[in-house]
Design a protein around this ligand. Structure first.
Ligand code: ZN
Length: 329
């Protein structure tokens, strides 16, 4: 019953063409494991659902084929359950392939970014670990007891003491609120759901060279925004590897988004509803494993799409895992 709420095609699933980013720490897994046509062997990020000016996704097919997501947001607010458009598209979904370690970084809050970054949004983000080696770790938080000690450790380059590495495994969900020191380590593949912002303060980059020079660091801004002492790691990491099937499992509710894991495993149709099961007027979905169908349309690992406002039923079949997100309005 994929009835549309009107006859204009407003209820069509909106499949997006990802934007890829080459990075000094990137690799090939986005091609080898997700089948994407990547620009080079150092591809680190697939921006799957994004309306950010640094990577604005294009609609792949259907009535909106060729349109940018930012333009849909501005000119077709009804797709997002709104009477008129306002602000910018709120979220951004990425898949990250870290062949090498990412820089140690921290993001500002909305309030700090508004003043210091030209009115930009701050960045709250979260990670779902798709794959990682045995004994993998991430950097989440730091070991300084106070703001003063934090500033001292950074200025004196005492990275081994400062950085807090925590063990992670496949299926872990990690919340990164503004002010959290964090870094993805080599070997990890993850899906990131974040506010629509590209503001990152790099604290330390392992003294690496990119095109012959070190990438810019933002030490003073980092010291400004880092929370000290850090939140205990166990409060921000939870495992969702084996969740109940055929029902959306809420992994995170922040001030900006809710994120679910949906494991579909059925030959019969699984019927969900945007309003009833997700309490949202529109949804962002990424297929991270397997394949199946949604309302008769084939889905496979690597697909990113938006379920616009007005869907009556979502009929899933097949065997696949999706990460679903919705803005908090
Ligand atoms: Zn980040």
């Amino acid at each position: 019953m994929n009835k549309l709420n009107n006859g204009t095609g407003a209820g069509e699933l909106i499949f997006l063409q990802p934007v890829f980013k080459e990075m000094i720490w990137g690799g090939r897994r986005l091609a080898d494991e997700f089948g994407y046509d990547i620009p080079g062997d150092d591809t680190g990020e697939c921006w799957g659902i994004s309306a950010h000016p640094n990577g604005d996704c294009t609609v792949k097919d259907g009535v909106y084929a060729g349109r940018k997501l930012s333009s849909l947001w501005q000119e077709n607010p009804e797709l997002f359950g709104r009477d008129k458009s306002e602000g910018v598209f709120p979220l951004l979904t990425k898949i990250i392939d870290a062949k090498a370690d990412l820089s140690i970084q921290v993001h500002p809050s909305d309030d700090y970014a508004k003043v210091h970054e030209n009115g930009s949004l701050g960045k709250t983000e979260c990670w779902y670990i798709l794959d990682c080696p045995d004994n993998a770790t991430l950097v989440v938080g730091h070991n300084a007891a106070s703001k003063e000690e934090c500033a001292r450790m950074i200025r004196e380059g005492r990275w081994n003491e400062f950085i807090r590495e925590v063990p992670v495994r496949k299926g872990d969900f990690v919340s990164i609120v503004p002010g959290t020191v964090h870094a993805i380590k080599g070997g990890i593949m993850l899906l990131e759901t974040q506010q629509n912002s590209d503001i990152t303060y790099r604290v330390y980059d392992y003294d690496r060279l990119s095109n012959g020079k070190k990438r810019e660091l933002h030490v003073e801004k980092s010291i400004d925004v880092i929370t000290a002492p850090a939140t205990p790691a166990k409060e921000s990491i939870h495992n969702f590897a084996d969740t109940k099937k055929n029902v959306p499992v809420l992994m995170e509710k922040s001030a900006y988004y809710r994120v679910w894991k949906l494991s579909v495993d059925t030959k019969e149709a699984l019927t969900l509803s945007e309003s009833r099961d997700f309490d949202s007027s529109y949804l962002l979905m990424s297929v991270v494993a397997g394949k199946g169908e949604l309302n008769g349309r084939e889905l496979k690992k690597g697909d990113h799409f938006i379920v616009p406002a007005g869907y009556i039923d979502l009929n899933f079949t097949g065997c696949m895992e999706l990460i679903v997100s919705a803005e908090v309005q």
